[in-house]
Design a protein around this ligand. Sequence first.
Ligand code: SF4
Length: 330
Amino acid sequence: MDLQLDRAISEVLSRKAKLVGLQMPEGLKTKARDFANGLEVATGCQVIILGDPCYGACDLRSLKGLDLLVHVGHAPIPDLRPSIPTVFLEVRMDFDPVDALSMNMDKIKANVGLVATAQHVHLLPSVQSALGSAGRTALVGNGDSRIALPGQVLGCNITSALSVMKEVEQYIFLGSGYFHPLAVSLGTGLPVLCIDPYRGAVDDISEAREKVIRQRYAAMAKALDAKDWLVLLCDKPGQRRYELAVRCRDVLRNKGMRADIVQLNEVRAEALLPYRAEAAVSTACPRLAIDDGPHYPIPLLTPWEMEMVLGLRDMDEYRFDQILSGETPD
Ligand code: SF4
C-alpha cells in the first residue's frame, strides 16, 4: 500500500511548510508515526499527528499555526474549502477484479452501473471494458460537487450512482465492506453486486438493506409519540448542515413539539443523555442514524424520517439521507 510519502515530502518542501498536521483514518493510524518520522527527516518540518477519529474528508481538522494539513486516505470533497492549505493523499488499493467478474458473470445483468470508493475507483475502466467484452453495458456516472472522481460514492453521497440510475438495472460495487454499497442499495432500491477483494463476489446486500429498512421503521414507530426532540448539528466542516438543522427545529416547533439544536463534534449516545429528550434528528453524517442509531437509547432519525413521523411525508416513500452539494457552506 503506497501512502504517497514522496508526494507529501515534495508538497512540504515546495510550500516551505514548517508545522505540518497529519490526519489519517483509523485503519491507517498504525502507520502514522513512521509516516510522520519520514516526513520530518526528509524535510526538517515538525509533524503533529492529529489523533482524534477521522472517518472521511468531511472531517478536516485544523490547528493553530499549522502551515499544511496532510490528509491521508480520502479523496477531497471538492465543494469543501479547507480553512488551511491541505494536501489529500488518496490510497489506492490494487486487486484484479476481472477474475472475480468472470466467475460471477451469470449474476451480472445486461445494463449495470459501476461504483467504488476512492481506493478502488481507478479499477473501474478495466471493469467497464471487461464487461463490454462480455456483452454488458457498464456505465460510470458523475456525482455532484461533493464527489471528486467518476463512479466514486461516499457513505453519504451516491449521486454518481443516481446519475445513471435510469439506464441500469443493477450496480456493481468494487471494494470491501457493506458501508458504501448499502448506501447505493438504500438510495436506489436496485440490486448491488459487491466485488470484494478479500471475499470475492458478495450479492446478498439486499438482506442487509431489508434489515436496515426494518430498523428505520422501528425507530420511526418509537418516535411517533415523542414531544420533546433534539436536533443534532455537527461542527465537522463537511457535516455541518446548519440550515437543515434550523429547518428541522422550526418544523418540529411548528408541530407543537419542544425542540432544541445541540451542536457536537463527535455525536455519541452518552452526549444526548443530559437533555432527557424523547427523540433526536441528526443533521450530521447520515450514517450515524442508520448505522449507530439502533444502539441509541432514544430514536435517532434522519431529517426525512422525522418528516415521515410528523406526517409531512408518505410513510411508504422512504428516502436515503444524503449530504449534497452546497449543503455545508463555509
Ligand atoms: S459525512 Fe459520513 S459518510 Fe459522508 S464522508 Fe463524512 S463520515 Fe463519510
